[in-house]
Structures are given as structure tokens and as C-alpha cells.
Ligand binder design. Structure first.
Ligand SMILES: CC(=O)N[C@H]1[C@@H](OP(=O)(O)OP(=O)(O)OC[C@H]2O[C@@H](n3ccc(=O)[nH]c3=O)[C@H](O)[C@@H]2O)O[C@H](CO)[C@@H](O)[C@@H]1O
Ligand SMILES: C=C(OP(=O)(O)O)C(=O)O
Length: 478
């Protein structure tokens, strides 16, 4: 079984670089299907499992992609299929974002209902409502959606009942090539929406108002490939800010954009964490005592649901009681059971969790129940007494580039283990990564991820055994 092992108690110091945003790059790669001429080159593409999944989806539709040094080149002139493979779409939510581009480009799509983190029912009614308003006919059956448009999609006035990030993106992409103007009301305002709009505009599109609740998209006849730099990942940045604060550390989160993190910064400041914003990042400095605060998740610019579980980890070590209210997803407290294994005291009542802070956290065997829950457990483990083993890493690998290496570089005593079988399977999975030419990851049986764990010598019960392999991950996709 693959696991991350953390021996808590190290204060984090130094600089950590934020990777490109998962939730920005996925819609941007989907949008590259809109280009009928020229290649797109996307920079700061993070090496994540979700990125590998979307590239396979695009390749299955006829696009050609190559990846090198965090940039992805996409050639989408020839779309050869309108059917997105079930086994890829079920893996992650964002793969559903090829629906809008396919409808706009070729007027037809067959796609299964999407997967993603199991944090609620996650309907797609708002996406479908938007496509129907633009003239698409939609049928649903046996877990699949088929949509077709008899002629070019038509611009429409669309009001979203909920300010859905995915629906805003999907509709924006479809509208970019529609005939006439689309007015999207109650649109989501997340920074990732703005990034997608900037990319579509660089392709020759006409999107105005992204980042506000009213987006106006004037459809154009064709779009071309374009170059684009993906924004830094605000959730990854926020996670390292929490990791710094929970260990009483002093960390510079390089690349973090303070404007994207206002609610997280405000809450940390309320708790007593020192935050210093600069042009190229955010410095986080934290002392021994933190105050409890209440947190309520909301669509942007409110407190992001994707930071709720990491914030809860920090509240566990603050003085007093905090109330955490989750309003975006109805089932996003699954990390609570895992925190309780680490001596946390939390009571959940519906969408509210009452967190009793200040109790010492203790190491335990825990499992990531979703992507951010995994990150939150790692944050808690950094502070806990003793050793914590975090499993369920397939979730974490969807959204964090080398979290073990980045935290180890800040001084955390952390390493990742794969059993011999697991390591071979991981290498096989990577080698089979579709259109990307990828030399197999370097597999090694040496025990050399965490300098601190090495210094423990043979007395460490967590010393790697000889059949255990550690992935020293830095593959080059050529
Ligand atoms: C790949 C990606 O970018 N994922 C992010 C995106 O997910 P995603 O785009 O799936 O999230 P949405 O903004 O669509 O969901 C927000 C709320 O709207 C509801 N809803 C959504 C669509 C719909 O058609 N009908 C409907 O009722 C959902 O059930 C949820 O309660 O935004 C979420 C909210 O910030 C983040 O947690 C995810 O990390
Ligand atoms: C919920 C998330 O991702 P997804 O929407 O892809 O499940 C997330 O990034 O925290």
C-alpha cells in the first residue's frame, strides 16, 4: 500500500514554490479543443494525475499533445471522436469540461456522468441547462449523456441557479464559438474562471466580465491556438500556508497571489499568524499560540471549500472552540473521522462542525477520503506527536505536485513509501500514460527521501525494508 509517513514536530522554514493551478489548467486544456488552427502552448502545467487524465481524454478525441518542462503543446485541428471514454471521465470531475468545447466544435458529444472527489452529489443540471439554452438537444440514459446541435450553437441569456464553477466554464467555452452573444448571469467568480477567459481571449475569443457575476461572451467564427501561463495554485499555496502555521514555522510561499487568497489570509491573521505579502509570494510566520476562529465556506470571494479541511487541521491546534460551516458541498466532513483517530475532538451536525481546539494531536494510521482531506491529514501529522501514516494517496496525487518533496525541503520529517508491488504498478501506470512519451520513473530501493528520517538510523521502526521502493519522482515527458 502506498502511504506518506510523517514524524511530527519539525518546524517548517524556507521557501516552497507553488505549481500551476490544477483547477485552472484542466479547463484550459479542455478549451484548447476549440482551436481549429495553430498549436496552443500552455506553461506552468503541473505534473498531476488529473493532468495526465485530461491529456488522455483529449488524445482520445483526436488532439495531439506533448509535455516537456511543465509546458504542454496541444494540436487540436483534427477532432476524430465525439465520445469521451467512460474510464477517464469517471476519474475526475473536470473531464466533463470537454462537453462544451465538443458541442461548439463538432455539434455532438457522448459522455458519461463525471467522477471527482466524493464530497456531495455534484449534479450537472446547470451545465445542461446552459447547453440546451444554446440549442443543444440532450438525452440521458444508462449513466451517459448524449448531446447534439442541428446547427451552430446560438448565444443565449443564461441564469445559473447556483454559481457553479464548472457550469460557468463549460458554458463559456461553448459560447465562445456560438453564433451571437451569450450573457451568463450569476456566473462563478473564481480566479480560475478569469484565467480561462484570458486564454480564450488569447485564442481570438471575446469574453468580457469574467471574475464578476455577469459574463458576456460574443461568439466568434473560429479560434486559434495560443500561448498561456497558468495561474499559481491558490489551494496548494493555502495548504503550505497552513503547514507553515501549524508547525509554528516561517515559510515563504513563492508564487502565491495574495489577491486570490484574501479569505484564507484574513482568517490566518485573525488567528494570530503573521502574513507578509509581496510581489512574488507570501511569507507566513507563526508563533506558539493561535486563536480559534469560525469559518464558513462560500463561493469566491468567500472562504474556499477546497481549504476547509486544511483550515480545520489548524483549528485543532488553536486555543478555544471554532465553528466550521460548509455551505458549498453537502458531504465534505469526511476528514473528521480521520482527525478523530489523531485525538481530535470535533462534533458534526449537518453542515456544521464544532472543533474543540488545543488538545495534543497524536500520530495514527489515517486515510485520505478526498484530495483536500489528504492534504489536511498531512498538515495535522506535521504537528502530531509521533508518527502518522496517510494512505489513500490516489486522491492527493490528483492535486499536489510532489507534496512529500516540497514539505521535506522545508524541514518536515516526511517520506513516501510504495510496497514493491505498488511501486511497480505506479511505474506501469505512468509508462502507460497515453500520448505522452514518458521514460519510466526512476525506481529505487534506497531509503532517501527525508534527510531527517535518514538520520534516525536503523532504530527507526519506519526504516524502509528492502522490498520497499520509493519513487523519486521527476519524470520528463518529452
Ligand atoms: C475541477 C474544479 O475546478 N473543481 C472545483 C470546482 O468544482 P465544480 O465545478 O464541480 O463545483 P461547482 O462550483 O460546480 O459546485 C458548487 C455547488 O454547485 C452545485 N451544482 C453544480 C453544478 C450544477 O450543475 N448543479 C449544481 O447544483 C454543486 O453540487 C455544489 O454544491 O469548484 C468547486 C467549488 O469551488 C471546488 O471545490 C472544486 O475544486
Ligand atoms: C474537489 C476538488 O477537485 P474536483 O472538483 O476535481 O473533485 C478539489 O480540487 O479540491
Amino acid at each position: 500500500m502506498t502511504k506518506i509517513i510523517v514524524r511530527g514536530g519539525q518546524r517548517l522554514t524556507g521557501t516552497v514554490r507553488v505549481s500551476g493551478a490544477k483547477n485552472a489548467v484542466l479547463p484550459i486544456l479542455a478549451a484548447s479543443l476549440l482551436a481549429t488552427e495553430g498549436d496552443s502552448v500552455i506553461y506552468d502545467v503541473p505534473l498531476l494525475d488529473d493532468v495526465m487524465t485530461i491529456q488522455k481524454v483529449l488524445a482520445s478525441l483526436g488532439a495531439r499533445l506533448t509535455y516537456h518542462n511543465e509546458s504542454m503543446r496541444i494540436h487540436a485541428q483534427h477532432i476524430t471522436s465525439y465520445e469521451a471514454p467512460y474510464e477517464l471521465i469517471r476519474k475526475m470531475r473536470a473531464s466533463f469540461l470537454v462537453m462544451g468545447p465538443l458541442l461548439a466544435r463538432i455539434g455532438k458529444v457522448r459522455i458519461s456522468l463525471p467522477g471527482g472527489c466524493a464530497i456531495g452529489t455534484r449534479p450537472i443540471d446547470q451545465h445542461l441547462k446552459g447547453f440546451e439554452a444554446m440549442g443543444a438537444e440532450i438525452t440521458l440514459g444508462h449513466g451517459f449523456i448524449e448531446a447534439s446541435a442541428k446547427s451552430r450553437l446560438k448565444g443565449a441569456k443564461i441564469y445559473l441557479d447556483v454559481a457553479s464553477v464548472g457550469a460557468t466554464e463549460n458554458i463559456m467555452m461553448a459560447a465562445a464559438l456560438a453564433e451571437g452573444t451569450t450573457i451568463l448571469e450569476n456566473a462563478a467568480k473564481e480566479p480560475e474562471i478569469v484565467d480561462l477567459a484570458n486564454y480564450i481571449n488569447a485564442m481570438g475569443g471575446k469574453v468580457r466580465g469574467a471574475g464578476t457575476g455577469l459574463i458576456r461572451i460574443e461568439g466568434v467564427d473560429r479560434l486559434h491556438g495560443a500561448s498561456h501561463n497558468v495561474i499559481p495554485d491558490r489551494v496548494e499555496a493555502g495548504t503550505y500556508m497552513i503547514a507553515a502555521a501549524i508547525t509554528g514555522g516561517d515559510v515563504f510561499v513563492e508564487g502565491a497571489i495574495a489577491d486570490h487568497l484574501t479569505p484564507v489570509i484574513s482568517k490566518l491573521q485573525e488567528m494570530g499568524v503573521d502574513i507578509m505579502e509581496s510581489d512574488n509570494g507570501i511569507r507566513v510566520r507563526s508563533g506558539a499560540k493561535l486563536k480559534s476562529v469560525d469559518v464558513k465556506t462560500l463561493p469566491h470571494p468567500g472562504f474556499p471549500t477546497d481549504m476547509q479541511s486544511q483550515m480545520m487541521a489548524l483549528l485543532l491546534v488553536s486555543e478555544g472552540t471554532s465553528v466550521v460551516t460548509e455551505t458549498v458541498f453537502e458531504n465534505r466532513f469526511m476528514h473528521v473521522d480521520e482527525f478523530q483517530k489523531m485525538n481530535a475532538q470535533i462534533k458534526v451536525d449537518g453542515r456544521t462542525a464544532i472543533v474543540s481546539g488545543g488538545l495534543p494531536l497524536t500520530g495514527a494510521k489515517v486515510c485520505a477520503t478526498d484530495l483536500r482531506a489528504g492534504a489536511a491529514l498531512i498538515c495535522a501529522a506535521l504537528r502530531a506527536d509521533g508518527v502518522t501514516e496517510v494512505s489513500g494517496l490516489h486522491h492527493v496525487d490528483r492535486g499536489y505536485v510532489d507534496i512529500t518533496g516540497k514539505l521535506a525541503a522545508l524541514g518536515a520529517d516526511i517520506w513516501r513509501e510504495e510496497s514493491g508491488e505498488g511501486a511497480a504498478a505506479a511505474a506501469g501506470k505512468l509508462a502507460a500514460a497515453g500520448v505522452l512519451t514518458m521514460p519510466a520513473r526512476e525506481l529505487t530501493t534506497v531509503a532517501a527521501v527525508s534527510a531527517a528520517s535518514q538520520s534516525e538510523g536503523d532504530s527507526s521502526p519506519y526504516k524502509r525494508e528492502k522490498e520497499v521502493a520509493v519513487l523519486k519522482v521527476q519524470p520528463t515527458w518529452a
